[in-house]
Design a protein around this ligand. Structure first.
Ligand SMILES: [Zn+2]
Length: 152
């Protein structure tokens, strides 16, 4: 191997090994577990689409309980962190510990923080820093990604 090719190769390897593990690990954990997901749910959870605002009945859910991932059933939010943000999507001030992983999303020319289920990788929504609670967070979640299970 001549020197130039060696340099090219080294740069390529460094690039490959620095970026690919992140990509691979994300793709590996992203999988459909619930075979009954609708096409719309799949579009949101696996293509990061967003449901129409004010379309989810969960906007009006006020009972005590837990919100689970519609794909893998992981517990994500407790009802006492839910609040009415007026945005038309179910909104929460905090998630249960370890429920989500985040990544920065640059789509639509905006810098936003996307979050996905830590267990199955399904996209759920975006988290903003303008929440009303102590955490200052606002989790803006697609209702179709959630299943509410009341405790009372
Ligand atoms: Zn999940």
């Amino acid at each position: 191997m001549n020197k130039r090719n060696f340099i090219k190769c080294s740069i390529f390897s460094a690039f490959y090994f620095s970026l690919c593990p992140i990509h691979l690990s994300f793709a590996e954990t992203k999988k459909i577990i619930n075979k009954n997901l609708t096409e719309t749910q799949k579009k949101i959870m696996f293509d990061e689409k967003t449901e129409r605002p004010f379309s989810s009945p969960l906007n009006y859910e006020k009972r005590e309980g837990f919100y689970h991932c519609a794909n893998c059933d992981a517990k994500l939010f407790k009802s006492n962190s839910k609040f009415d943000s007026g945005t038309g999507w179910p909104s929460f001030t905090e998630a249960l510990p370890g429920a989500f992983k985040t990544k920065v999303d640059y789509s639509f020319g905006m810098k936003r923080t996307e979050y996905h289920c830590a267990k199955c990788g399904a996209h759920h929504g975006h988290v903003f820093d303008d929440g009303p609670g102590k955490s200052g967070k606002r989790y803006c979640n697609n209702g179709l990604c959630l299943v509410f299970k009341p405790t009372t």
